[in-house]
Design a protein around this ligand. Sequence first.
Ligand code: NAD
Length: 454
Amino acid sequence: MEIINPATGDQIGSIKPDNAESLQQKYKQLKAGQVKWLQIPVSERITIITRYAGLLEANIEDLALTLTSEVGKPLNQSRNEINGSRYRIKWMTSNAAKYLTDETMYADESITEIIRYEPLGVICNISAWNYPYLVGTNVFIPALLVGNAVCYKPSEYATLTGLHIERLLKQAGVPDDVFQVATGDAAVGELLLDMNFNGYFFTGSYKTGKYIYEKVASKMVPCQCELGGKDPLYVTDDITDIQSVAAGTADGAFYNNGQSCCAVERIYVHERVYDQYVKAFVEEVQSWKIGNPLHEGIYIGPLSRKSQISFLNDQVEDALSKGATLMCGGYAPSTEGYFFMPTVLTAVTHEMKVMREESFGPVIGIMKVQSDEEAISLMNDTAYGLTASVYTTDQERAEKILARMHSGTAYWNCCDRVSPSLPWSGRNNSGFGSTLSHAGIRAFTQPKAYHLRK
Ligand code: NAD
């Protein structure tokens, strides 16, 4: 399997992918390893994972270089991601024991009723490339802390990073037979679906998630899907600092080249502030430096996958053919690598693909609205339900609007944000189940009810 640098199109490595036989071998090891891992006290597992976080910190420059070289995100964003992962791990290691402790629900002189949180066993984590440290951490860290063994399949676009993660986990003290990486593309993912894991935890597109959910249904094991989004953001008419709202929301749409599950994908602006907002937004977008992501100061690097260029071209062409106005960008420059100019479209409608399909790239549509009611109706007009955001100086107004959003996350005066202490979950085509928070620790357990009569 070739590893390509998306900034240049050059091959930077090659990997021998797994096959059915090697995966069976790994699975057998994990099955045996998990039994021993479970005997280790939680406190010791926490110490090992804390050591792993320390290794991320100590090796951050090398890890960031690899990440940027294989997915194309600017070097500073790679560093931010690794630090973000450490921050999440800190929350998990500080809270795991609390949420894994037995809970006595009832006790009298004759009977005690207890909930005990047992691990699932050997779980399979099929993951995405856009934030391999963050979305990986959401799954394999709590899974390990709970006492599961993990088969981790990084995306074929982030394989070198997946192998770094494996190396550092083992260096930290996770036994060989408790964490294994499955390398390869969709075909290797398919092989994993044919095996007998005790749970499947998937991060990726709706299309793949739906397929996996259907495929593993008959196994009668937990299957959790964290999928894509078409996240809306509404700028009301009472905002005062239009420049900073425009800059903050543009960052929410274009950070990591728009390749974030919770990137802002649609913007609705009240007609009273629309013209000023659009002007400030476009100025912000045009101020960014585009180029080699290894160079400091670059904000927009290449897309991670070449195929995304034709996908975005199609969205732009579709919008223009239906009457949209191109404010900037709209094309792939004729340089080496998989670049696409940051693109702002106005006069968009919900008949256009750009307002319906997840773009997952540096393309945004901005639409004028006349009222909160109109904004609410448009924001909810989607098959997805990951996040929704409102900018207003009035908290009550914000909360009223956010209460009506069909999304797993609601933001007031912020966007494109994830906190380890809050559940990360989607609704509808954005998936189901939670990572992060206490829900994201217990997701890797099965509660057992103990009825203990004296
Ligand atoms: P993808 O669905 O193409 O691939 C995800 C993983 O699934 C990869 O490891 C891939 O090899 C594997 N895979 C593909 N086909 C498979 C099959 N038939 N059987 C088994 N495995 C298969 O997604 P991607 O391009 O890696 O990631 C981008 C998508 O992920 C976007 O839609 C994004 O919004 C979403 N995402 C969601 C979250 C979240 O937390 N909700 C986080 C990150 C990314």
